[in-house]
Design a protein around this ligand. Sequence first.
Ligand code: URA
Length: 207
Amino acid sequence: MRTHTVDHPLAAALLTTMRDARTDNSAFRTALRDLTRILIYEALRGAPVRHFEIATPVALAEGSRLAQPPLLVPVLRAGLGMVDVAAELIPDARIGFVGIARDEDSHQPVPYMESLPDDLAGLPVYVLDPMLATGGSMRHTLELLVARGATDITAVCVVAAPEGVAALADSGHPVRLITAAIDAGLNENAYIVPGLGDAGDRQFGPR
Ligand code: URA
């Protein structure tokens, strides 16, 4: 599996704001938006484009646009904070949703909703989830996507644990990972260490 860890001082500064326990919900949401913008830029690097002719005020010129805008799939609830800015950057993107809660005792993913196009053949898919911890939610999402014919999937995550990266690689699914950091590991509650806490609570407040 291809993994790209974004190495950029602005990404590191935004991640620092998100990690800091003193950052309030509003500032956390803003930093997540800004960091998602960087992650999406990186995810799209090298994406196929179509070329066409335009006229500048001075002369004809070659223009380009994405050949195939991806389907964006935020994993609810934490991925919600990533989807608006991704859709602003890729206005032609379609958007699907997957809802997965976490059983706090077993740490297993508990799926509760999906809203996805039936046929994903030939369509790039970007799954948006800030935290790749055990990889359970992401694997469940990959299974939903692959069952619909997806063959080109990008997981866009702010922080990943080595356990989650290994779970994606072992899944055998056609996925690559774009992240801002790969942290040390998971604690006994399956939280990423040092991580940034519960990415849903940090955005929206505790449930
Ligand atoms: N989900 C989170 O929001 N944070 C973690 O550290 C792990 C899973």
